[in-house]
Design a protein around this ligand. Structure first.
Ligand code: DC
Length: 218
């Protein structure tokens, strides 16, 4: 079984996808982390992120692993645990740049299909239900108001970053939405057969319960 959860930044998809995967004893694959891993590697090396052929080479050669651990799941890049480093906003902005590149997407989508091939996976991203696994058994599309998504991001990041400004974060969320929805290749869009879940006024538990009710109706 393949469960696809797509949606914009801060819609709650990663948190819920992780919980659903845990309860079902499935693997959880955060595809955003793969785009972030490419951006992080390029930034670390001081490379130009708009150079598609260089970014594609990185995507092709990078060893990205998802391993279950204390934090629910860790992301290893070339064996290094970069789970926290990848959450950085600079890396997020870089990820949006590389995610708009055709060949980078082709390489990472192929990898995502390979990972999901064996089944029993919960995969979250922007194009899982539309491009990566159009035949997924269950598809969800999460949405939430930009203000609420900004607040969630703020709560998540503020302990490590005391100078953080909520208004700036909401603005960044809006900017990211714009980039993700308007890029030419695989823009963020709901699959026709995905169930839309508005998480604005729902707790994590309420969203998770909603998903389980739906999965049980299979
Ligand atoms: O979900 P996230 O914030 O970790 O995603 C980082 C960037 O990668 C974001 O700009 C959207 C993009 N992305 C994508 O285009 N396709 C995916 N399947 C996952 C993420």
């Amino acid at each position: 079984m393949i469960i696809a959860i797509d949606g914009p930044a801060g819609s709650g998809k990663s948190t819920v996808a992780k919980l659903v995967a845990k309860r079902l004893n499935y693997r959880y694959i955060d595809t955003g982390a793969m785009y972030r891993a490419v951006a992080w590697t390029a930034q670390k090396k001081g490379l130009d992120l708009t150079d598609e052929s260089v970014m594609t080479k990185i995507a092709l050669s990078l060893n990205i692993e998802f391993v279950p651990g204390a934090e629910g799941q860790s992301v290893l890049v070339e064996g290094e645990n970069v789970t926290t480093l990848l959450k950085n906003e600079t890396v997020g902005r870089g990820a949006a740049t590389v995610a708009a590149q055709k060949f980078v997407r082709e390489v990472l989508v192929a990898r995502q299909r390979q990972i999901g091939e064996t089944g029993n996976v919960v995969m979250d991203g922007r194009d899982i239900g539309t491009v990566v696994f159009p035949q997924a058994d269950k598809k969800f599309f999460f949405v939430a108001d930009a203000e609420e998504r900004g607040r969630r991001r703020y709560e998540e990041l503020k302990s490590k970053n005391p100078g953080l400004d909520l208004k700036t974060i909401i603005e960044e969320i809006r900017q990211r939405d714009h980039e993700d929805r308007n890029r030419k290749i695989s823009p963020l869009v709901k699959a026709d057969d995905a169930l839309e879940v508005d998480t604005t006024r729902l707790s994590i538990e309420e969203v998770t319960d909603h998903i389980f009710k739906n999965i049980n109706n299979l």
